[in-house]
Structure formats: structure tokens, C-alpha cells
Ligand binder design. Structure first.
Ligand code: HEM
Length: 255
């Protein structure tokens, strides 16, 4: 079933009868499949609650304002070459200085697509950090890069990074869908986040990109039982990059 309405999407995300589709539990130690069987994102019930608590504690030790400042400084240092910045800043705040393996590990993390490269990257990351820290790096990586990419399609020099990011999250979300399994029927439900975020029952003139809209009840960070635990951190990392890129001294980017 495909869900496109905002109210229905929220009802599913609020309902404990819907769980993330289970992932395989028999992956060899240290592989991507092994990691996916151990993270909060793909677990349910008490196990999920316990794993999520560890992540929330780790995140509480990170100061979003500091992440933003560091992301802006690193983007400046790299002369605007920002792609590795959000993950490098987050990793450094978590005590990891080498992020070379993150993109390859992150590429299969949500999809489960197993490749020798992804397995090798997971093995490398396990030499640098434990599962909770790796979870944060892999969860954050592609979504934060995607958010910045999408925001840059709308932003120009002098624009307010936060206003552009809030509206990008609603109108052009980097994560376009999420899935749940209905434990009563066995049916898989796909929530179309793009459609829900443009539901005319909730958002006036929903197709229009309007940074003046301010923060809105978009579903890009999820909702209900297991939303993203790090929206403030993600926004801070992205805003820091935009602070540097949108500083008026930089050349204008295409809108
Ligand atoms: C623009 C950037 C981001 C977006 C749009 C985003 C969105 C989401 C969404 C929608 C979920 C829930 C998925 C679902 O239930 O189906 C989620 C989960 C999660 N996100 Fe984010 N996220 C972003 C960045 C980050 C960052 C930077 C971190 C780490 C610092 C992070 C950590 C997590 C974790 C650990 C979970 C799993 C939570 C759980 O299992 O209960 N995210 N994210």
C-alpha cells in the first residue's frame, strides 16, 4: 500500500503495529548485514528502545551550535568543497577522525544492498568506533549531503540558511520514502514523504517553494514512535555549510 496523505502517514508512524521491515539476522560478523541487525533503525520494541536510548545519550553530548560553527569553518578551509564536511565534523565530534569508509558503508545501510566494498567499509569503521557511533555516521551521511544539495538548488548569496533548509526539508526532502510492515496483516506500507509534505490539506500553496513559510509539520524527519533523533544536529551541519557557501563574497549559484 502507498500512503500519500499527511494524516494517514502520521497515523502509521504513530502506530506500534507498524514496524520497519525486518532485516536478515544471519550476516557474518563485521559485515554490513551484521551491522544492520544490530542498529536501532531496523529493530523494534524493547530492543529498539534500548538502542535508541544509547544514541540519544551520545547526541546529547554534541552541541549543535558547535557543529554549525565547525562545518562553516571546514567549508571555508576547503574553499567551498563541502561534500565531506558534514560527516567529517560529526565524526570528529564523536571522536572519529577518519571518515573515508563512511560513504561506501552508508550506500548499503538503508537499502541493505550488500557489496564487497560496503562490507570492507563496515569492517574498517569497526576498527575506529563502536556500533552506536557508526550508526550515527551512517544514518546522517547521505541524508545531510542530500539536504544540502537540494537546498543549494534554491539558495543564493545572502539567503537565510535556516529558512531555505526548513522549506527544502518540506518541499524537496532528501529521504523520499520510508517503509513499514503491518504486523497484523503482513502487508508492506510505503509512505511517500514527498507527497505527504505537499498535502494541500496541511500546506497552503503546497507546490510552491516558499522559504518565508518557516518551520512546518513536514515528515522528513519522520514522526511518531521513531523519528530522527538528530534533526537539530542535521540542521546545524547543513546550516554551517550554507553559512560558508552563502556568504555574500561567494559567486552566485544557479537557482
Ligand atoms: C537531513 C538530514 C536527515 C534526515 C532527513 C533524517 C531523517 C530521518 C528519518 C526520517 C528517520 C526515521 C526513519 C524511519 O523511521 O523510517 C531517521 C532516523 C534516524 N536518524 Fe536521521 N535524518 C537526518 C540526519 C541525521 C543525522 C545527522 C543523524 C546523526 C547525527 C541521524 C541519526 C538518525 C538515527 C540514529 C536514526 C534511527 C532512529 C531510531 O532507530 O529510532 N539522522 N532520520
Amino acid at each position: 500500500m502507498l500512503i500519500t496523505r499527511h494524516a494517514e502517514a502520521r497515523a502509521v508512524l504513530d502506530d506500534a503495529a507498524y514496524v520497519p521491515p525486518p532485516v536478515r539476522q544471519d550476516g557474518a560478523e563485521g559485515t554490513l548485514a551484521w551491522l544492520r541487525a544490530r542498529v536501532s533503525r531496523f529493530s523494534t520494541g524493547e530492543i529498539h528502545a534500548g538502542r535508541r536510548r544509547v544514541l540519544v545519550e551520545l547526541l546529547a553530548g554534541l552541541e549543535p551550535a558547535e557543529l554549525r560553527r565547525a562545518a562553516a569553518a571546514m567549508t571555508e578551509e576547503r574553499d567551498g568543497d563541502w561534500r565531506g564536511v558534514p560527516t567529517a565534523v560529526l565524526a570528529s565530534a564523536l571522536g572519529v577522525e577518519d571518515t573515508a569508509a563512511v560513504p561506501a558503508a552508508a550506500s548499503g545501510y538503508l537499502s541493505g544492498e550488500q557489496t564487497p566494498q560496503a562490507d570492507a567499509a563496515v569492517a574498517r569503521l569497526l576498527t575506529l568506533a563502536g556500533v552506536p557511533v557508526i550508526t550515527l555516521l551512517l544514518q546522517g551521511h547521505a541524508a545531510t549531503v542530500g539536504l544540502i544539495e537540494n537546498a543549494l538548488r534554491h539558495a543564493g548569496p545572502g539567503d537565510d540558511p535556516e529558512a531555505v533548509l526548513d522549506e527544502t526539508l518540506r518541499r524537496d526532502p532528501p529521504l523520499r520514502a520510508t517503509r513499514r510492515l503491518d504486523t497484523r496483516t503482513g502487508e508492506t506500507v510505503t509512505i511517500d514523504v514527498v507527497a505527504a509534505n505537499r498535502d494541500s490539506d496541511v500546506f497552503a500553496d503546497a507546490e510552491r517553494f516558499d522559504p518565508a513559510r518557516g518551520p512546518s509539520p513536514h515528515l522528513t524527519f519522520g514522526s511518531g514512535i521513531r523519528p530522527c533523533p538528530a534533526p537539530g544536529h542535521a540542521l546545524a551541519l547543513a546550516a554551517g555549510v550554507l553559512d560558508a557557501l552563502l556568504a555574500t563574497s561567494r559567486p552566485p549559484r544557479p537557482r
